[in-house]
Design a binder for this molecule. Structure first.
Ligand SMILES: CC(C)(COP(=O)(O)OP(=O)(O)OC[C@H]1O[C@@H](n2cnc3c(N)ncnc32)[C@H](O)[C@@H]1OP(=O)(O)O)[C@@H](O)C(=O)NCCC(=O)NCCS
Length: 177
């Protein structure tokens, strides 16, 4: 079994998180228009993550998975200010670097996110994945229940996202063991 650790992200992680984010988004090239991809390059993601992490907004939480100090994945969660699809939190980002997939990193990042959600009382939990993203198959064995679709506009282009819900943090954690 490969060893990795999970810790809360700090502002100096912005660049490594941006690199993981850009790498993960490459998976979406088949269905996300090129102009939308180009607008989310490394420089723009690094800016976005620097702002997010420096703001230290208590409604947002980001964690990094590392192997020997090298980043292998990250998760980003929001405690929603108003419920959506019956959920009070949303897992906005979940990305694992290619060579580390299927080694339990995604599962452990989700469990860490669920712990944080439990600590701030933000259940139920939602996660939206592009409907055309084949990786979303991962969420069914981890207990995610599909409750609908969101028609999100990305730079004015609508791309459907499938919504998964976990009723409680304990339910998500139980599926990550
Ligand atoms: C989706 C993603 C985060 C999963 O991370 P991961 O570290 O590979 O996931 P885990 O190893 O913890 O897998 C947990 C379980 O999910 C399921 N699973 C994971 N990836 C899967 C896939 N591509 N297809 C079907 N089931 C999958 C399996 O049941 C797996 O358990 P198993 O390996 O014991 O069979 C990762 O594949 C990824 O970063 N993909 C590209 C970016 C992306 O689509 N992110 C999600 C945006 S919503």
């Amino acid at each position: 079994m490969r060893h990795f650790e999970i810790r809360a992200a700090v502002p100096s992680d912005a660049e490594v998180i941006a690199a993981l984010h850009v790498e993960g988004w490459r998976e979406f090239r088949a269905f996300v228009p090129a102009a939308i991809m180009a607008a989310r390059d490394y420089a723009s993601r690094a800016r976005e993550w620097r702002q997010r992490l420096e703001a230290a907004d208590p409604r947002w939480w980001t964690a990094l998975a590392e192997h020997d100090g090298r980043p292998v994945g990250f998760v980003g969660v929001e405690h929603l200010s108003a419920p959506a699809m019956g959920a009070n939190s949303e897992i906005h980002n979940l990305f694992v670097t290619t060579e580390w997939r299927r080694h339990g990193v995604g599962r452990r990042l989700l469990a860490a996110a669920a712990d944080w959600i439990d600590s701030v009382g933000a259940e139920p939990i939602s996660l939206y994945s592009f409907t055309e993203n084949s990786h979303r198959k991962a969420y069914t064995p981890i207990g995610g229940r599909i409750v609908g679709e969101r028609q999100s506009a990305w730079d004015g282009v609508v791309i459907p996202e499938t919504c998964y819900i976990w009723p409680t943090a304990a339910d998500l954690i139980a599926h990550t063991r």
